[in-house]
Design a binder for this molecule. Structure first.
Ligand SMILES: O=C(O)C(=O)C[C@]1(C(=O)O)C=C[C@@H](O)C=C1
Length: 96
């Protein structure tokens, strides 16, 4: 027995998941651009000041959108750590 309302909600969830991944891919792609600028100008990959700013902003946005800030911070920590990993890997390919 299929439940029409559940099916419809799941369809909306699937669409949202796709949108989230499109945005993650867009954020990830920027890692290359950032890495290029950093290599050229001898700037370290890690920028703790910038991260502090991002986490503070995420916390405020979470409160605004009624999202648990701990969830938001965990999510963005993952995204930022992944971005740094992509930058490191990209810089390695430039050296070869
Ligand atoms: O803004 C930068 O300098 C980035 O490299 C991007 C980014 C991020 O993922 O937002 C990643 C690493 C830095 O420590 C800070 C921020």
């Amino acid at each position: 027995m299929e439940h029409k309302e559940l099916k419809d909600i799941r369809k909306r969830i699937d669409e949202i998941d796709k949108k989230i991944l499109e945005l993650v891919a867009e954020r990830n792609r920027l890692a290359k651009n950032v890495a290029e600028i950093k290599v050229k100008n001898n700037i370290p990959i890690d920028d703790k000041e910038r991260e502090k700013y991002i986490y503070e902003r995420i916390k405020n946005l979470c409160n605004h959108y009624n999202i648990d800030p701990n969830f938001g911070l965990k999510l963005f920590k993952l995204l930022i750590e992944h971005n740094k990993e992509l930058q490191r890997k990209y810089i390695e390919t430039l050296k070869k």
